[in-house]
Write a protein that binds this ligand. Structure first.
Ligand SMILES: Nc1ncnc2c1ncn2[C@@H]1O[C@H](COP(=O)(O)OP(=O)(O)OP(=O)(O)O)[C@@H](O)[C@H]1O
Length: 228
């Protein structure tokens, strides 16, 4: 289970943007998170993806309490969560060809041998043709780059996927293709999903349940101790 317990987080300890928010995703479940702009959804999504250290509260990944964040998080925990952000150009190294972008996590974890098999397989599942794989980010559209970012998020076969407004910048057909790719992956692996978004119709259709931001802080336990 991916559990966020009474998470308080932000950018200034005196004025946190997320206050005592709790949310759980069970294996295989897809949970949508809706909320107004600026309420703190992305901040919480980054906590769930182990990219942002909360000021208080606990994150549990399959029962294991997370104590270190970002590059300091143990590899086994880091690689258990795949993340896709809203703006692919901010999360893609502009120097890398798409094939190398997708392969980045394999190289970083010493799994180069998997590259020849995994890259074509993933490219096909997210709808990237071989000619696009040799291009760099400035030579492809936002939708094509986002497909590569999704492939990169899936390349290590994470048990949890965090999609933070993954389709907010995309047209309807690319949105449908990316959602289908995520669902195909989840059906094959049983991965759980936290999908953050603004589009209630999309989240209701995509997810098993959709929670609203206000519900996360209602009736939660008191704020827990600060993580080490
Ligand atoms: N790096 C940062 N430094 C300081 N403040 C930040 C930073 N990132 C976000 N914030 C602030 O934290 C608050 C919550 O931002 P966040 O991006 O989590 O909201 P959101 O609900 O995801 O918004 P949106 O739906 O518009 O993407 C906002 O007031 C934002 O200005």
């Amino acid at each position: 289970m991916l559990e966020l317990r009474a998470i308080t987080a932000g950018y200034d300890r005196r004025a946190p943007v997320v206050r005592a928010a709790s949310l759980s995703v069970v294996p295989g479940e897809a949970v949508g998170l809706l909320g107004p702009s600026g309420c703190g959804k992305s901040t919480l999504a980054r906590v769930a993806a182990l990219l942002h250290r909360p000021d208080a509260g606990t994150v549990l990944l399959d029962g294991e309490s997370v104590r270190r964040w970002r590059h300091r998080a143990p590899r086994a925990l880091r690689t258990a969560v795949g993340v896709v952000f809203q703006q692919p150009r901010l999360s893609a190294d502009p120097r890398l060809r798409l094939t190398d972008l997708i392969a980045e996590p394999l190289r970083a974890t010493g799994r180069r041998d998997d590259i020849p098999r995994r890259i074509p397989e993933l490219a096909s599942s997210v709808g990237l043709t071989p000619d696009l794989l040799t291009r760099r980010p400035h030579e492809v559209s936002d939708g094509q780059l986002q497909r590569a970012c999704l492939a990169r998020a899936l390349v290590l076969r994470p048990r949890w996927l965090v999609c933070d407004e993954m389709t907010a910048m995309l047209d309807a057909s690319t949105t449908a293709a990316l959602v289908a790719a995520v669902e195909h992956y989840r059906a094959a692996t049983g991965a759980g999903l936290l999908a953050v978004g603004h589009d209630q119709v999309l989240l209701d259709r995509w997810c098993d349940r959709t929670v609203h931001w206000e519900e996360l802080t209602a009736a939660t336990e008191p704020v827990g101790p600060s993580p080490v």
